[in-house]
Ligand binder design. Structure first.
Ligand SMILES: [Zn+2]
Length: 285
């Protein structure tokens, strides 16, 4: 039995024409969708954003965090957040005023945030009026990152609305790209437009996706990394969130002996910070 757990693979063709990244994200997406109780089109959109965050991170800088925030027309949001090294990926969904699910469309925007070394942020905003997450992310890569690439993400939902499989790929054209391989790849990517019915629907591994994309093209694997769904919240982060409060506010909390409670919006875990920790914060502040 082939190893089909979730992972991302990076490879480059030996002739220097293409850099390819493939990812199988079925478990990541199933976990995320279950956590947030999503089904059908909403599950699909969330799954494609999670997959997109992983692909963008792997393409731009695997060691930097990537967040994708899709904001709908009525204030609703869907967030995907992929972390380096651990491959930990998470997300959350908040519906807008009307309570309707977030969708792509005329008034929707997508913000992509990459964390650069030393904590500075690189933010881009693109219109999310494309017909698919793939199209919007491709516009982002081209417009904001100057990366010429074909990108596809697909989370396939079954007749009952549950996620059957999820995967994605990026084929990046390198400056050395040769005419011959480009023609072959262009034709092949035409077939990949049917990502959902074809290869993703069969829940293919990242390895199989890579093999199909680079069939007959000698290539070298650059990296192979695990990805999984999970939250990175912690006691330290809860305290860090409180530490941005002003001295006066902290002082008041300490005086009242308050316990500050915070729920992680990603995983729902409750963190509480008691008076002793608050007092220590106040002293350091
Ligand atoms: Zn959490």
């Amino acid at each position: 039995m082939a190893d089909i757990r979730d992972r991302a693979i990076r490879a480059v063709t030996e002739d220097g024409s293409f850099r390819v990244i493939t990812a199988r994200t079925s478990e990541v997406v199933r976990e995320g969708v279950k956590k947030h109780g999503l089904k059908g089109a909403e599950a699909r959109l969330f799954g494609e954003l999670l997959t997109g965050a992983i692909l963008v991170r792997e393409t731009m800088a695997p060691s930097h965090r990537v967040q994708i925030i899709l904001s709908g027309h009525d204030g609703g949001q869907m967030v995907a957040d992929s972390h380096p090294e651990t491959g930990l990926t998470r997300g959350f969904v908040s519906r807008g005023e009307g309570g309707a699910p977030v969708t792509l469309g005329a008034d929707a925007v997508m913000k992509v945030i990459r964390t650069l070394p030393r904590g500075s942020l690189h933010q881009s905003i693109v219109a999310a009026d494309g017909e698919s997450v793939s199209a919007v992310l491709m516009a982002y890569m081209q417009g904001s990152e100057q990366v010429t690439a074909t990108l596809g993400v697909a989370s396939v939902v079954d007749g009952e609305g549950y996620v059957a499989a999820s995967a994605g790929f990026i084929v990046q054209l390198l400056p050395e790209v040769q005419q011959g391989p480009l023609a072959v790849m262009t034709e092949r990517l035409g077939d990949f437009a049917y990502l959902d019915d074809g290869i993703v629907g069969s829940d293919a591994s990242a390895e199989v996706l890579l093999f199909e994309l680079l069939y007959g093209m000698p290539h070298e694997k650059l990296a192979d990394s695990d990805v999984h769904y999970g939250c990175s919240c912690s006691d330290e982060r809860a305290i860090a969130a409180i530490s941005v409060l002003g001295r006066a506010e902290l002082g008041q909390m300490v005086a009242k002996g308050e316990v500050v409670e915070m729920t992680c919006e990603y995983c729902g875990r409750l963190w509480s910070v008691g008076p002793e920790r608050l007092r220590a914060l106040l002293a350091d502040n």
